[in-house]
Design a protein around this ligand. Structure first.
Ligand code: FDA
Length: 395
């Protein structure tokens, strides 16, 4: 029997390592357990290898949850600025890309190093390639049976993340533990994920795969203006990933293809600038060439005579069609490529101040396993840091 720890944190990802480091530095004897060979592999691959570690526009409305108020407390008590200060203490630098996204100038491995250094400062221990077999209440705490022996602790923090990227070791462990202790689990689905198409739509999109353009993409009452990419399987790019989290199966997605081109006004202006050209010919340069050709083939941009002979009303009709271009995905690429898992441990069963279970004292859930999912752009790591901080202050 091993009782040299006060707390066991299960999951050595962003949330688990951060929580363990903070708790250790406050005097708790912390053990982190992960079944993977290496810690924080999702941090490593994040942000194209540069870890988009937070977003300066963090606010509760950038998160999806059955209870939109739940994240408020933790997010208010640990802000993007707090994590930037930590980065600076570790001599890491960052840059702001579009939309408030902060990326680490050093490779994302530097952020993993930071998390491991913080763990070490708190004298926390890390057991990798270790499986947790059982968590049983025992006395005032828990008995945690692992493949490296049984650990007796006062507190257990579950930080095993969501279901996305099973190839990297994602499991439904957190949901299993939640149910074991009487928690509800909000139905889960892949979020921040590319759309797939079938039949004619797939053929068309695949035929211009690699083409990208700025769009406004809307579904489920939400609109995002960012880049969209045609792929061999359908549609991707930031605008698509963002709306995918609000998409319901069978629902259409509306795309404004003229977002970057200047909308209806730009099309009407073509008539004055190029009265002798056809509409399709005059639009050369407004949209990517391959897309322009496809839209002409499909009749979305009609074959016209010289623009001088085309009425403003007809041009406006074309603009309206391209501005509200409707597509209905047949599905998504699923957890195989999804950046996050929507749904998860129901927040009704957790304290928003401490992330502690309302059913089992001493048990905490943090990070992506909880039913709080951020937009694309650093919000999910900010939730990992903030929820980890909330639990660490309490354990
Ligand atoms: P996380 O998944 O990080 O960690 C969970 C840990 O638990 C893992 O180490 C896993 O091995 C372990 N584990 C799982 N099951 C276990 C079990 N049964 N027993 C023991 N251990 C177990 N977000 C963002 O804000 N900015 C970004 O740039 C990106 N980029 C990005 C790219 C890609 C490709 C993906 C897939 C995701 C992102 N994200 C992101 C999302 C972000 O990575 C994610 O939200 C956080 O890593 C979640 O942190 P957690 O600590 O909750 O889980």
């Amino acid at each position: 029997m091993n009782s040299k720890f006060d707390i066991v944190v299960i999951g050595a990802g962003a949330a688990g390592l951060f929580c363990a480091g903070l708790a250790g530095q406050m005097g708790q004897r912390v053990l982190v357990i992960d079944h993977a060979k290496k810690p924080a592999e999702k941090v490593r691959i994040s942000g194209g290898g540069r870890c988009n570690f937070t977003n300066i526009h963090t606010s509760p409305d950038r998160f999806i949850s059955a209870n939109p108020h739940f994240a408020k407390s933790a997010l208010a008590r640990y802000t993007p600025n707090d994590f930037c200060e930590l980065m600076a203490r570790h001599h890491l630098t960052w840059n702001e890309k579009t939309l408030g996204q902060l990326f680490c100038d050093q490779k994302s491995g530097a952020v993993i190093r930071l998390l491991l250094d913080e763990l070490e400062t708190g004298q926390g221990e890390l057991w990798l390639e270790t499986k947790v077999e059982n968590i049983d209440p025992s006395g005032d705490g828990f008995s945690v049976k692992t493949t490296r022996g049984t650990v007796e602790v006062n507190k257990v923090v579950i930080a095993t993340g969501g279901l996305s990227i099973p190839k990297m070791g994602a499991t439904g462990f957190a949901y299993h533990v939640a149910r074991q202790f009487g928690h509800e689990v909000v139905p889960r689905r892949a979020g921040l994920v590319p759309f797939t198409f079938e039949g004619e739509a797939l053929e068309r999109f695949a035929s211009i795969s690699g083409t990208a353009l700025p769009v406004r993409a809307a579904t489920g009452g939400r609109t995002f203006e960012e880049a969209m990419l045609f792929t061999h399987r359908g549609l991707s790019g930031p605008a698509i990933l963002q709306v995918s989290s609000y998409w319901e199966e069978g629902a259409p997605v509306t795309l404004d293809l003229l977002t970057g081109a200047g909308g209806e006004d730009a099309l009407l202006a073509l008539k004055r600038a190029h009265p002798k050209k056809t509409l399709g010919g005059a639009m050369d340069g407004l949209l990517p060439g391959r897309l322009l050709r496809l839209l002409t083939e499909t009749g979305h941009i009609p074959q016209t005579g010289p623009l001088a002979e085309v009425s403003d009303r007809d041009i406006s009709t074309v603009a309206a069609g391209l501005g509200a271009f409707e597509v209905t995905p047949s599905g998504t690429e699923g957890y195989r490529t999804a950046e996050v898992t929507l749904g998860g441990v129901d927040t009704d069963g957790l304290s928003s101040k401490t992330m502690e279970s309302k059913h089992q004292s001493g048990l905490y859930f943090i990070g992506e396993c909880v039913d709080v999912t951020g937009w694309l752009g650093g919000y999910n790591f900010q939730w990992a840091w903030a929820s980890a901080h909330a639990a660490a202050m309490a354990v």
